[in-house]
Design a protein around this ligand. Structure first.
Ligand code: NAD
Length: 335
């Protein structure tokens, strides 16, 4: 199979490219990424010389640049490229609409024109909004996004659905819970906290720290997407999650414990605007219909991830561009 992966230089995309080349040695991967602040080709150093891998620098909204790739023949698209950080979407939603909605629509249109056999759209449980103390998101849960990020992802989900209903495009939408693992940009909870703890800096935790997320190791997300790509039923949505609900402060305390740092580094800061209280996924459909199950246990996976960031501090250092630093200052240091 010749697979066009978008956003393959980001956190999950780069893990997926490596996963695919490892698991399917006959497949070819074309990675299209515009290398925003979150895209890092260093994440793909291990595969850059693989003859089945090719990188193309392009924006997913740039139809003219993408068209030759489609004209050369592609069997499937796995679409990760997105603006992905909720806090950034609160500071500046425009780019979220441009990339997540218009970019997705550009890809869908090309997929329709060139009759691409499968379009897998990688989405998020955040499109369902927030849960109370009980209950789980199923594929039937109504979309009720609360942040500009999740609203833009919900918009892209609906366009994907529409291209299936209207034009018969063979699509799947996956909605996964929070991922953790190597190569995550250090604005996200786990790498941010590891980095601050290592520097003995305050660990900024939103609100009372009791917001709940359902954590999944990134490789388990990749294996689920891979199954959907090969066996997903056209037009279906698949929720992906590992039943690992943890409060944010629990995750932060695990990091401190693993690094031998005191809880006094935790610094509760003003809550994120519109902060969803709880996400939790019912993954029965993908487990039952496609036979997926996660391999990694949260307690060992999170500790392995912490060790990865410890042994790859040079990676972390290099990710620290001026752009990221400006953003970081605006977000946390000035509170
Ligand atoms: P990320 O921010 O780490 O990576 C995004 C990638 O997309 C980067 O390489 C970036 O350069 C690229 N990109 C952004 N705009 C682009 C554009 N206009 N054209 C081409 N490339 C562009 O994101 P991530 O955490 O790896 O998330 C990947 C996907 O998975 C997203 O669609 C996100 O909504 C979804 N998702 C993420 C999580 C999570 O926990 N991180 C959970 C569920 C779903």
């Amino acid at each position: 199979m010749k697979i066009l992966v978008t956003g393959g230089a980001g956190f999950i995309g780069s893990n997926f490219v490596q996963y695919s080349l490892r698991e399917h040695s006959n497949d070819q991967i074309i990675n299209v990424d515009s290398l925003t602040y979150a895209g890092n080709l260093e994440n793909l150093a291990a595969v850059e010389n693989n003859p089945n891998y090719r990188f193309v620098l392009a924006d997913i909204s740039d139809r003219a640049k993408l068209e030759p790739l489609f004209a050369n023949g592609i069997d499937a698209i796995v679409h990760f490229a997105a603006e992905s950080h909720v806090d950034r979407s609160i500071l500046g939603p425009d780019i979220f609409v441009r990339t997540n909605i218009l970019g997705t629509q550009t890809l869908l249109d090309l997929a329709k024109q060139y009759q691409i056999a499968k379009f897998v759209h990688v989405s998020t449980d955040e499109v369902y909004g927030s849960l109370g103390d009980t209950g789980l998101f199923t594929e039937q849960t109504p979309l009720a996004p609360n942040s500009p990020y999740s609203a833009s992802k919900a918009g892209s989900d609906l366009l994907v659905r529409a291209y299936h209903e209207t034009f018969g495009l063979n699509v799947n939408i996956t909605r996964c819970s929070n991922n953790y693992g190597p190569y995550q940009f250090p604005e996200k909870l786990i790498p941010l906290m590891i980095q601050n703890a290592l520097a003995d800096k305050a660990l900024p935790v939103y609100g009372d720290g009791l917001n709940v997320r359902d954590w999944l190791y990134v490789d388990d997300h990749c294996s689920a997407i891979d199954l959907v790509l090969r066996n997903g039923v056209s037009g279906e949505v698949y929720n992906i999650g590992g039943n690992n609900e943890r409060t944010n402060v629990h995750v932060v305390k695990t990091i401190l414990e693993e690094l031998g740092k005191p809880d006094t580094l935790i610094h509760y800061v003003q809550d994120r605007l519109g902060h969803d209280r709880r996400y939790a996924i019912d993954a029965t459909k993908i487990r039952t219909n496609l036979g997926w199950s996660p391999k990694f246990h949260y307690e060992s996976g999170i500790r392995e991830t912490i060790r990865w960031y410890l042994t790859n501090q040079d990676w972390m250092e290099r990710v620290h561009t001026g752009e990221y630093q400006n953003y970081y200052d605006k977000q946390y240091d000035k509170r």
